[in-house]
Design a protein around this ligand. Structure first.
Ligand SMILES: NC(=O)c1ccc[n+]([C@@H]2O[C@H](COP(=O)([O-])OP(=O)(O)OC[C@H]3O[C@@H](n4cnc5c(N)ncnc54)[C@H](OP(=O)(O)O)[C@@H]3O)[C@@H](O)[C@H]2O)c1
Length: 259
C-alpha cells in the first residue's frame, strides 16, 4: 500500500504579498500602473520606476501603500544598481523585482527598420531587464522573485515586429538561464506573457478596427484582455504559493497562442 501524502498544517495564500517590498519598472502608465495598484492594494510597498517623473508621481499619489519613486532609464546599469541600493536601504531589502518597462516604437519590415531602432528595442526590453535582474540578484541575497513582462509576440512573432518579438523571445531564454543561475540563492525567475491588453502601447492596434477585430478573432476567448485579467498571474508568482515555480512562461492571453 502506498503511503499518504503529508498534509501541511496550512497552505500559502495565493497572491499574498502583504508587507512585500517590490520594485516595479515601467510603472508610469499602462500595465505597470495597473500592477502598481494591484500590488499596493495587496499590501506591498512599491518602488515605482520610469523615465517620466510626472507619471510616477501621479501613480504614487493614488496608491494606498508606501512608495518610493525612481526616475531614470532601465538601460543604464548604474541606475538599476542605484534603485536596488536605495530601496534596500530604505526598506531593509527587496523581495520582488518586476522588469516591466518596454517599448514597441516601430512596426516595419527589416529594410525600414533603422539599426538604431533595432538596438533601442533590444536595449530597453531585453538588456534593461537583464540589468534589473542583475541589480536585484545582488541585493536580494537569499530568496526573492524576479518577474519579467514578456509578450505572446515573443512566442508567435508578428509581421513588422522583428525587434520587439526578438526582445521578448530573448526574455524567455534569459529567464530559463537565470532561473538556473539564481536557484542556489532561492530566487525564482519567471515571465508573464500578456496577450492583447488595452494600454497606451497597444493603442495603435486597438484603434485600428481591422487589426483590433483580427486580434479578437484570434483569441480563443474572443475578447481583448481587461485590466483585472492580468494582475493575478503577477501576484501569484510573487507570493509564497509560487515558491516552486521557476523558469516558466505564464501566458495570460485568453488563448491567443492556441488559435
Ligand atoms: N499592452 C499590451 O497589450 C502588452 C501586451 C504584451 C506585452 N506588453 C508589455 O508590457 C509592458 C508594459 O507595456 P504597456 O503596454 O504598459 O506600455 P506603456 O503603456 O507604453 O508603458 C511603458 C512603461 O515603461 C516605461 N519605460 C519605457 N522605456 C523605459 C526605459 N528605458 N526606462 C524606464 N522606463 C521605461 C514607460 O515610462 P517612460 O516612457 O516615462 O520611461 C512606461 O511607464 C512592456 O514590456 C510591453 O512590451 C504589453
Amino acid at each position: 500500500m502506498l503511503g499518504r501524502i503529508e498534509i501541511p498544517e496550512s497552505f500559502p495564500v495565493v497572491g499574498d504579498i502583504s508587507g512585500g517590498r517590490v520594485v516595479l519598472t515601467g510603472a508610469g502608465r499602462g500595465l505597470g500602473e495597473l500592477l502598481a495598484h494591484a500590488f499596493s492594494r495587496a499590501g506591498a510597498k512599491v518602488a515605482l520606476v520610469a523615465r517620466t517623473q510626472r507619471d510616477i508621481s501621479s501613480v504614487a499619489a493614488e496608491l494606498p501603500g508606501p512608495t518610493l519613486l525612481f526616475c531614470g532609464d532601465v538601460t543604464v546599469a548604474e541606475f538599476n544598481e542605484a534603485v536596488a541600493d536605495a530601496t534596500a536601504s530604505e526598506w531593509g531589502g527587496i523581495d520582488v523585482w518586476i522588469c516591466n518597462a518596454g517599448i514597441s516604437p516601430i512596426v516595419a519590415g527589416p529594410l525600414d527598420t533603422p539599426p538604431e531602432d533595432w538596438r533601442e528595442v533590444i536595449d530597453v526590453n531585453l538588456t534593461g531587464a537583464f540589468l534589473g535582474a542583475r541589480a536585484a540578484a545582488r541585493v536580494m541575497g537569499d530568496g526573492g522573485r524576479l518577474i519579467f513582462t514578456g509578450s505572446v509576440l515573443g512566442e508567435r512573432p508578428g509581421k513588422g515586429l522583428a525587434a520587439y518579438s526578438a526582445s521578448k523571445a530573448g526574455l524567455v531564454g534569459m529567464t530559463k538561464a537565470l532561473a538556473l543561475d539564481l536557484a542556489p540563492s532561492g530566487i525564482t525567475v519567471n515571465v508573464v506573457a500578456p496577450g492583447w491588453f488595452d494600454s497606451p502601447l497597444a493603442e495603435g492596434w486597438k484603434s485600428n478596427h481591422r487589426l483590433s477585430e483580427s486580434i479578437r478573432e484570434h483569441t480563443a476567448l474572443k475578447r481583448w484582455g481587461q485590466p483585472a485579467d492580468l494582475v493575478g498571474a503577477y501576484l501569484f508568482l510573487a507570493s509564497d504559493a509560487a515558491a516552486f515555480l521557476t523558469g516558466a512562461v505564464v501566458n495570460v492571453d485568453g488563448g491567443y497562442l492556441l488559435v
